[in-house]
Design a protein around this ligand. Structure first.
Ligand code: FAD
Length: 547
């Protein structure tokens, strides 16, 4: 399939899919569905993936954006989970080095904190051991003075020491999208804005779905041997429609992150810190801002609109101010935020933060398979479990094994992390008028990988049309996203393809009207559509506290 991937030209493909007998239909284009689609297509399954909104618009764009083993799960003795996700980190880094970056995490040991230096040090050693971390990357212990050199914002009065250990940082939405794009490149049919409306049955067994093209309301029937629901927080809704919602159910908990300008929270490095009430939080510098999170509270509201509440905001600000020296942040310093839902498997009697993050597969009498729980980090192993199950239960399906640990995620992949860093240097010297400084270079390469070069070339061609060189770059980025990355709503571009709403809201606001105008031109919107899409986009800016 070509690199072109546009909503505008997909109608024929949708029609063609309604004539194919698929092996597998995957519902949900978050990280779980994306991982399943890639595993399936690489094993030779005829596969279709449907996503009701944009790819990764559910939980998979609202995480802490870490590829990690989850140090805190050791407290709950989740040894298997920590080992599996810990080991996955290096694999996913190798598959997409521009998207999964090594990130050293500093764990300060403080007076009256939740743990002593002995316990923390032991926990990190076990963590490194379970994850199979190489000798050079294992934990380091620093005394108070050394720790302050690493991060001068730590509170001199309460700090006792610090431990530094290895993690990885990612962009959850782009990681999901790259998995989907790779699956498509290998022959999987994938559609965003295409919603499962009803399951279809033959003699009580699921044999396909009826779906709605959300861009124009057209209905399609797709046939398949199996349907897997990887619908995250919506999994129980689909089980309910299948009349199979019995036994274990989901427990949804909300997690919020807030973003500050680097000047207001000038972190030099990522910190895993104590809220002094028994919970741990992350503070992470990225692309010239710093973000803090997360919360973990039960949720029973609207699944399609999850926002940062007043209590979430106050809690995160207070914990940040308590932790860092000389920091007195206020609500008005928050430049952006995001809130997402963990689709956890309910364990009655446990507090939200104590519920296991393990994934689970449910098989209904109708043959519908649902998967929920788990973590971004474990997407490959979750997919493997689903595909192994299907392969083992039905000899008509391809009988091959999982190979996704060898499938690089970009059409033109980087060999290693050194190449990623070299490209960041190179584009600064080759395109000085467009890439001014390391933050912009990281933004371009982290988002677009090697394609950053093509986008910058296009932007250069557009320079004569724009007074502001950054508007030329915006136009080139946007057109690439519309033509090659299946954007439909403006927010697909400014949240999930670029992360601008969260990490560069000021750049987004500067170009907001221009982005809307370009969308209108590309899709030939009439005035009613312009108003509709604009008001939806403005609502999102409001929800993210961008003023
Ligand atoms: P989702 O991403 O929600 O995807 C489900 C998709 O199904 C949605 O896009 C939805 O639109 C679609 N869908 C629903 N119904 C239909 C339908 N009828 N038809 C078609 N499509 C449908 N994990 C980590 O490894 N590292 C972290 O740092 C981390 N931090 C986290 C922080 C927070 C605050 C939260 C909430 C989670 C965090 N996680 C983290 C966990 C991780 O984000 C989730 O486990 C993961 O994103 C869940 O992905 P998913 O694909 O299962 O669900």
């Amino acid at each position: 399939m070509s690199r072109g991937f546009s909503i505008k030209t997909r109608k024929k493909e949708l029609e063609k899919c309604s004539t194919i007998d698929f092996d597998l239909i995957v519902i949900g284009g978050g990280i779980t569905g994306a991982g399943i689609a890639l595993d399936a297509v690489t094993r030779g399954f005829k596969t279709l993936l449907l996503e009701k909104s944009d790819f990764a618009s559910g939980t998979s764009s609202k995480s802490t954006k870490l590829i990690h083993g989850g140090l805190r799960y050791l407290k709950q003795f989740e040894i298997g989970l920590v080992r599996e996700s810990g080991r996955e980190r290096a694999i996913v880094h190798n598959l997409a080095p521009h998207l999964v970056h090594p990130e050293k995490m500093l764990l300060p040991i403080v007076k009256h904190g939740s743990f002593s230096q002995f316990t923390a040090s032991l926990a990190v050693s076990v963590y490194d051991y379970l994850a199979g971390v190489s000798r050079v990357d294992r934990k380091e212990i620093f005394n108070k003075e050394e720790a302050l050199k690493l991060e001068s914002l730590l509170d001199k009065d309460t700090l006792k020491a610090a431990i530094r250990y290895s993690e990885y940082r990612t962009d959850d939405a782009r990681l999901s999208f790259e998995l989907i794009r790779k699956a498509r490149e290998l022959g999987c049919h994938v559609f965003n804005y295409c919603k499962l409306d009803q399951l279809s049955y033959k003699e009580g067994i699921v044999n396909g779905v009826e779906a709605i093209d959300m861009t124009d309301g057209a209905r399609f029937k797709f046939k398949s041997k199996y349907v897997v629901s990887a619908a995250g927080p919506w999994v129980d809704g689909i089980r309910n429609n299948d009349h199979s919602l019995k036994g274990k159910q989901l427990r949804l908990t909300k997690g919020v992150h807030i973003v500050f300008r680097h000047e207001d929270l000038p972190l030099k490095q990522a910190i895993y810190f104590d809220d002094f009430k028994g919970r741990m939080l992350f503070a992470i510098p990225r692309w010239g801002v710093s973000y803090v999170g997360t919360t973990d509270t039960d949720y029973a509201g609207n699944l399609d609109r999850v926002v940062c509440g007043e209590n979430d905001l106050q809690y995160l600000i207070e914990a940040t101010n308590n932790m860092f020296d000389g920091i007195e942040l206020k609500a008005s310093d928050v430049i952006s935020s995001w809130a997402g839902l963990r689709p956890l498997i309910s364990e009655p009697g446990k507090k939200a933060s104590e519920v296991s993050r393990k994934d689970e597969i449910f098989e209904s009498d109708s043959g519908l398979i649902s998967i929920a729980g788990g973590k971004l980090t474990g997407y490959r192993k979750m997919a493997k479990r689903v595909l192994d199950l299907l392969r083992d239960k039905d000899r008509r399906l391809p009988q091959s094994n999982c190979i996704t640990d060898t499938v690089k995620l970009s059409s033109v992949p980087f060999k290693d992390y050194r190449e990623v860093n070299n490209m960041k240097q190179q584009i600064q010297s080759e395109f000085p008028e467009l890439v001014q400084g390391p933050v912009m270079a990281s933004y371009m390469v982290d988002n677009y990988g090697i394609h950053a070069g093509t986008i910058l070339e296009s932007a250069r061609q557009l320079l004569t049309k724009h007074k502001d060189p950054d508007q030329a770059l915006m136009q080139a980025e946007l057109h690439s996203a519309l033509e090659n990355e299946a954007c439909y709503r403006p927010e697909d571009f400014f949240i999930r393809r670029t992360g601008m709403l969260y990490f560069a809201p000021e750049r987004l606001l500067k170009h907001f009207d221009f982005i809307l105008d370009e969308y209108a031109r590309f899709f030939s919107w009439d005035s009613v559509s312009i108003e509709k899409f604009k008001s939806e986009a403005l609502q999102l800016l409001k929800d993210s506290l961008v003023t």
